[in-house]
Ligand binder design. Structure first.
Ligand SMILES: O=C(O)C(=O)Cc1ccccc1
Length: 374
């Protein structure tokens, strides 16, 4: 048996050769990227990777080492891609909004809803026409049909989590997130004039309103009826004119639809916030933009997600959210939604995105936007 010192010396000699070869390989990669850019060729060709792996696997003499060789070749290719991205120009196209005033904005619900409040707060007097729709998807359809310039929709609540439908629609429709507003949400029990908490047996509200007040409703043994929107529920309850039926909605909705506030601020968590997003046709990015949203898919390979996170870490970027959603019609396959701090005006961020694009199966930059708080 060889002694340990001899083994270590032999490994060291091999490492020396490997490093020299690695350097040589990376230098050739520089020529490759230069050539591809000069000839306007696609930078990363996924079919080519499989070809390279297969070719190298055929060269393996000791077959039990094949899985390790596979991994070695793959890692080498990933490192090359990462190195090549540093040579990409990282240029930013014009990302100014197409229109800044006299906007036509779409939202779900009716005045008195949280979406309406978010729209008023985000756009102020820049809105010329406010167009309301009964369902979230109607806002996406309206944007697609160019009936509106922008849409505003809830995406996530601080206590109840993601509003999954809207996550899915952003991806399905291929729109961009161009702004964000975090709105403080106060939920209230509303009833027809003269009713009291003890009269109420059933409440109508948006499913988010019901979730956010679940503790209060359980304590008072009140049954829950989901409705498409909190303010639409308030309007419906007013129309029913039944003292046993209430709504969970805003105080503004009580005022607009002639209801009494029977109990105020009944949401479970006192710091209840909802994150609204503004969606548009184009990628926009102002100097104030500080958040990046992306969506990607991965190959079913060992370490695929790890590699994404490694890129984020290597670039010293602060990741703020990761969410996965099933891909319709592909069981057990997922879209990953990943948000991080940064601006497209920062070359380090542009490079990170290029690397992410290179190491994922599909990748889409969904937005780089400013975050406002109301
Ligand atoms: O129903 C509403 O008022 C909406 O805008 C959706 C919603 C519901 C509850 C909290 C935040 C947004």
């Amino acid at each position: 048996m060889k002694d340990l010192k001899t083994c270590r010396d032999e490994i060291d000699a091999i490492d020396q050769k490997l490093i020299a070869l690695f350097e040589e390989r990376m230098h050739i990669c520089e020529d490759v990227i230069e050539y591809k850019m000069a000839h306007h060729m696609e930078i990363f060709q996924s079919g080519r990777e499989t070809e390279v792996i297969e070719k190298n696997l055929k060269r393996v003499q000791d077959k039990k080492l094949a899985p390790y060789v596979r991994n070695f070749v793959l890692q080498n290719m990933n490192l090359s891609k990462r190195y090549q991205t540093t040579f990409l120009p990282g240029e930013i196209i014009d990302l100014k909004p197409a229109k800044e005033e006299n906007l036509i904005v779409g939202y779900q619900g009716v005045p008195g809803s949280f979406s309406y409040e978010a729209m008023e707060s985000y756009f102020g007097d820049r809105v010329a026409f406010k167009v309301n729709y009964p369902h979230f998807e109607d806002v996406f359809k309206a944007l697609k049909a160019h009936e509106i310039d922008y849409g505003i929709l809830p995406l996530e609540n601080s206590t109840t989590g993601a509003i999954n439908d809207n996550y899915d629609f952003i991806n399905d429709y291929g729109f961009y997130i161009v702004g964000e507003l975090s709105l403080s949400v106060s939920q209230n029990l509303l009833g027809i004039p003269g009713s009291t908490i003890d009269d109420i047996q059933t409440v109508y509200s948006h499913s988010q309103g019901l979730l956010q007040t679940s503790q209060f409703l359980a304590k008072h043994h009140i049954a829950k009826e989901p409705y498409p929107n909190t303010a639409m529920a308030a309007s419906y309850v007013s129309h029913l004119n039944n003292k046993h039926i209430g709504a969970i909605a805003s105080k503004k909705a009580a005022e607009l639809y002639g209801l009494d506030v029977l109990a105020s601020d009944i949401h479970n968590d006192k710091s209840n916030h909802t994150r609204f997003i503004v969606i548009g046709h184009n990628l926009e990015s102002s100097k104030q933009a500080s958040r990046i949203s992306t969506v990607f898919t991965l190959r079913h390979e060992v370490g695929a997600l790890y590699e994404v996170l490694q890129i984020i870490k290597d670039h010293q970027i602060n990741m703020v959210r990761i969410e996965s959603r099933p891909i319709q019609s592909s069981p057990w396959e997922y879209y990953f939604y990943l948000d991080f701090d940064g601006s497209l005006h920062d070359p380090n961020v542009v490079r990170t995105i290029d690397e992410l694009r290179a190491c994922t199966y599909t990748f889409r930059l969904i937005g780089n936007y400013e975050r406002k708080i109301a």
